[in-house]
Design a protein around this ligand. Structure first.
Ligand SMILES: [Zn+2]
Length: 248
């Protein structure tokens, strides 16, 4: 990473923050999927629904009907069915861009293209996740002007307060995350009334390095639903932390 990018990244972490307090009665656990392989729309959503949970799906319109990391991606019909069933659809850029590397005018055009894609297909969408979790100060500010919130990666959970311009999320990857680690994070979210946002990609019995398995996802859902935490989409979690209810 170049020095300028390092400085931009470091300053982005501490500047242009939009804090909300995490001080409701219960903690929250959110499940999200980036790029949105077809398996996340099918097996992933079905498992969530078995536990009365709904997920947040960060979509690149440029990946629709395509292949990403050897995984078949979502179709428009998949996304419309998810939205109908109460899941959240959100933006992940149109072309899966690294926002730390992209000039802001190019990024604005890309975001507009993805928003037009959502509009064409009647998909409500207000949130955003940075591809690769990559952002700088300028892209953080630009995203926070356009979207209701932005999610990054970074690992772990947030307690006490959360930055709506850079919500921290934890990878749920079958090859690197143990059940004990998942259980410990859920316990912390519960005890400290914090917010744990999981993210993954495909849901497959033999996932690649960035995917989860049905067994792992089900274990995380079971542990989450056995805790006192609420299971909410990212959008509804923000409403809960701000107002004490989930909104519409
Ligand atoms: Zn991505």
């Amino acid at each position: 990473m170049s020095l300028i990018r390092k400085i931009s990244r470091l300053s982005a972490r501490h500047l242009a923050c939009h804090w909300i307090p995490l001080q409701q009665e219960r903690g929250v656990i959110s499940f999200s999927f980036d790029d949105v392989p077809a398996s996340a729309c099918h097996q992933g959503a079905a498992l969530l629904e078995q536990y009365q949970a709904r997920g947040t799906f960060y979509v690149c319109g440029g990946l629709t009907d395509g292949i990403e990391q050897s995984q078949p991606c979502h179709s428009v019909q998949d996304l419309q069915r998810l939205a109908c069933n109460g899941h959240e659809i959100a933006c992940h850029t149109y072309a899966h861009r690294n926002c730390a590397d992209t000039a802001i005018p190019v990024l604005q055009t890309d975001w507009e293209r993805n928003q037009a894609f959502f509009k064409t297909h009647q998909l409500p969408s207000t949130g955003f996740a940075f591809p690769f979790g990559a952002y700088g100060l300028l892209s953080k500010i630009a995203a926070s002007r356009r979207f209701a919130y932005s999610r990054i990666t970074g690992g772990g959970l947030q307690t006490g307060r959360a930055d709506l311009a850079a919500l921290r999320a934890q990878a749920l990857y079958a090859n690197t995350m143990t059940t004990e680690q998942i259980a410990a994070l859920i316990r912390r979210a519960d005890q400290q009334r914090g917010w744990l946002i999981f993210y993954s990609h495909e849901v497959s019995a033999q996932p690649g390095p960035w995917g989860t398995s049905p067994q792992q996802l089900e274990t995380a859902l079971r542990l989450a639903s056995e805790s006192r935490c609420r299971l909410l989409t990212v959008q509804k979690a923000i409403h809960y932390f701000q107002h004490g209810d989930e909104g519409d």
